[in-house]
Design a protein around this ligand. Structure first.
Ligand code: AMP
Length: 186
């Protein structure tokens, strides 16, 4: 069971990835969380990415691919994993294909969370207040959405052409969305 969760910031991917990983007993790999941990620890990687994250831009493909390649070797990935926030560019998706084939692994599917622009704005505002995330500061939000449209949205087509894409509406409560996710992965 190896899934990619795709969708704009504020679509509910992180919440749903956490729930599904617990339910299926597979790893939840959130690249955003990995980077925020690195920033909190003040590691070399953390210092390199902090400004980029605060600006709502993307960390380099090379760094991200290396981080994820390492992470996929960890023991907790043996039964499977959910990639939440990776890949975010076509180059990352292509690098992931190479890594997976070198490990003899195949993806089970890509879940696309579809939400309206209004819902996204509301959830981001809520998250900003609840989690006090620096990178969710108001001006950064717009940049993150812009970057999603230009860099990440092309992945929809990329995975659709491979017959991997499953669309899930991200509207409604956490429980409602969870039910849709469960039926999409089963
Ligand atoms: P997230 O928590 O997934 O929204 O990620 C927070 C921030 O981390 C993003 O706005 C990017 O700056 C950075 N980031 C996370 N994942 C990636 C990725 N796959 N490629 C590039 N940057 C990323």
């Amino acid at each position: 069971m190896r899934f990619i969760f795709l969708g704009p910031p504020g679509a509910g991917k992180g919440t749903q990835a956490k729930l599904l990983s617990e339910k299926l007993g597979i790893a939840h790999i959130s690249t955003g969380e990995m980077l925020r941990d690195a920033v909190r620890q003040g590691s070399e990687v953390g210092n390199r990415v902090k400004g980029i994250m605060d600006a709502g831009q993307l960390v380099s493909d090379q760094l991200m691919v290396e981080l994820v390649q390492d992470r996929l070797q960890a023991k907790d990935c043996i039964n499977g994993y959910i990639l939440d926030g990776f890949p975010r560019t076509v180059a990352q998706a292509q690098a992931l294909e190479v890594s997976l084939s070198s490990m003899g692994q195949k993806l089970s599917g890509v879940i696309l969370f579809e939400v309206s622009g209004g819902d996204v704005q509301q959830r981001l505002l809520h998250r900003r207040t609840a989690e006090q995330r620096d990178d969710d500061a108001a001006k950064t939000q717009n940049e993150r959405l812009r970057v999603y449209q230009s860099e990440t949205a092309p992945l929809i087509d990329f995975y659709e052409k491979q017959g991997m894409l499953r669309r899930v509406s991200g509207a409604g409560s956490i429980t409602e969305v969870q039910a849709r996710v469960l039926s999409a992965v089963s």
